[in-house]
Design a binder for this molecule. Structure first.
Ligand code: FAD
Length: 497
């Protein structure tokens, strides 16, 4: 195998800057060099690409801007002729180096066609989309359809592209939503020969399973067909409350009480920040609880809670209001976080593990995390105020490369716990990676592929051990599509070889 960076002998991307030194440039792409064109496909050379969080950068030899399937095939031909690596990039919302290459980077943002939804004989609806489609674009398109349609569960923000969501196995807060890849019925990928390969359950279940969460390792994903539901099936009652930690996380029935809530809700999310008052040092004894329940009640005015005073004085959560409001599915699934100024940029390290029947391992883990997070956030106060914990609960994924795959129990419930910190927080990378490493040892947790995981001490041998059989299947399928390792960058090389 060749490598993007021959000097790299640890899984740490060289482009990952220290946590206290975020990259001082505009995010995503710095267009500096003139555009060139090869067979109708435009590209720039030597531009500086930066991810959303401004924690990763790369100077790809060529950054391509394709619009059609034929464009993708031209890029593969060029890469073959010039022996180059190829990685795609969407909106750069990942914290791991998965999109990074110094060879050919392919911006899929111009590939955003959406086909007319189809209703199958069994009544189920599907929609086929290209991979540059953003969450909000598809929501708006489906909402205008007759009848209005929606994805039942999805990632939280509106500005993420489906190429990133599906290849990385991303998820929302819907318990039955599992991962978005679990809703796929077909996916098409241009492989290292420039051929379009169509994957479906009926044709080849094993290859389809791998293609559904493929980590960008089978080629450039061209289209995906997703299951969707009529919006008239139900709406979501979003219930926000600011609860006492002791009421939910102490006592012998704590886990069972949480489990009952998780099972009663369509979706549930927990958020916790360490200090009672912003710029105070007193430990917070409350957490934010978001519950979404299915209802047939009509949707309410989205402005309903707007004029209510903020419940908490933390600037990151000023939009959070205690109360209830009924929303249409896509409005309930997403909520806005302030993203656009540098102070609001954050790191996210996230991992999932299977919950014990009484959720006792989650209660233990969360209580321990609250203590550790408070200690971390208070020891260099106020430079570490910007940390937050976030939890969602989802059923196991059926996709082998998912971090919540469960070959034995498809109905098992997993928690995904996110440890978040402002990118200026000193020591956050080491802190969060140590936490995740501890969960891998104690709870057999697996890190979210798109988030911060490459700096977890000993992560590669641990993942190779845990994913051993699944990596063998991935490699078997991969070698039929990419025998030259064209799509393997440093993030994946050590895991695969
Ligand atoms: C504010 C914020 C909130 C988030 N919320 C959630 C959440 O709720 N749930 C969750 O699971 N994740 C969440 N994430 C993580 C995010 O969903 C993932 O990082 C996702 O992969 C980002 O998509 P993107 O369009 O930015 O892709 P990028 O980060 O640019 O790319 C991600 C990966 O997808 C690959 N890729 C993209 N398109 C293609 C293609 N056509 N063919 C092959 N490979 C391709 C890239 O090569 C790369 O490996 C969040 C991130 C941020 C910054």
């Amino acid at each position: 195998m060749t490598t993007d960076n021959p000097t790299l002998d640890t899984p740490t991307p060289t482009s990952l800057k220290a946590a206290d030194a975020p990259i001082e440039q505009e995010p995503i792409v710095m267009l500096g060099s003139p555009m060139a064109i090869v067979d109708g496909v435009s590209f720039s050379s030597g531009d500086n690409w930066i991810n959303w969080a401004k924690t990763l950068s790369a100077q790809p030899e060529r950054l391509f801007y394709p619009n059609t399937l034929e464009d993708l095939q031209v890029i593969i031909r060029e890469a073959t002729e010039n022996k180059k690596k190829v990685r795609c990039v969407g909106n750069g919302h990942s914290w791991s180096g998965t999109a990074v290459t110094h060879d050919y980077m392919v911006s899929i943002n111009g590939m955003n066609k959406i086909e007319k939804p189809i209703q199958r004989e069994n009544g189920e609806w599907t929609v086929t989309i290209e991979m540059g489609v953003e969450v909000e674009e598809l929501d708006d398109f489906l909402r205008k359809h007759d009848p209005p349609l929606a994805l039942a569960s999805n990632v939280m923000p509106n500005d993420i592209r489906y190429g990133g969501i599906l290849t990385m196995g991303c998820h929302g807060a819907g318990l039955d939503g599992r991962t978005v890849s679990d809703t796929l019925t077909e996916i098409t990928i241009v492989n290292a020969y420039g051929e379009l390969h169509i994957y479906s359950e009926a044709d080849d279940p094993e290859a389809f399973n791998i293609a559904s969460i493929n980590l960008g390792l089978l080629g450039i994903v061209y289209t995906a067909t997703l299951k969707i539901i009529p919006m008239s099936n139900y709406r979501l009652r979003a219930i926000d409350s600011y609860e006492s930690l002791a009421d939910y996380f102490e006592g012998p029935r704590a886990g069972l009480k949480l489990k009952e809530m998780v099972e009663r809700n369509d979706s549930m999310e927990i958020m916790y920040w360490p200090h009672k008052a912003f710029l105070g040092t007193e430990k917070n004894d409350r957490f934010w609880l978001k519950q979404w329940r299915r209802t047939l009640d009509p949707a309410e005015d989205l402005e309903k809670l707007k004029d209510q005073a903020p419940t908490v004085d933390h600037p990151g959560f000023a939009t959070f209001k205690v109360g209830e409001i009924v929303k249409e599915i896509p409005d309930g699934v997403h909520f806005d976080v302030t993203q656009d100024n540098d102070e609001a940029k954050f790191y996210d390290a996230s991992a999932g593990f299977k919950l014990a029947p009484d959720f006792s391992n989650f209660v233990e883990c969360f209580n321990d995390l609250v203590e550790k997070n408070y200690a971390f956030s208070t020891s260099e106060f106020p430079s570490r105020i910007g940390t937050c914990l976030e939890v969602r609960f989802i059923k196991a994924s059926r996709k082998m490369m998912s971090f919540v795959y469960d070959g034995e129990d498809e109905e098992a419930i997993y928690c995904m716990i996110n440890v978040l910190g402002a990118t200026q927080t000193p020591g956050f990378v080491e802190y969060s990676q140590g936490i995740l490493g501890g969960w891998m040892d104690k709870y057999n947790a697996k890190p979210h592929w798109a988030k911060l995981w490459e700096q977890i001490p000993g992560v590669i041998p641990a993942l190779r051990r845990e994913y051993e059989d699944r990596l063998a299947v991935l490699n078997r399928v991969r070698k039929t599509q990419d025998p030259f390792d064209m799509f393997v960058n440093d993030t994946w090389r050590l895991l695969l070889e």
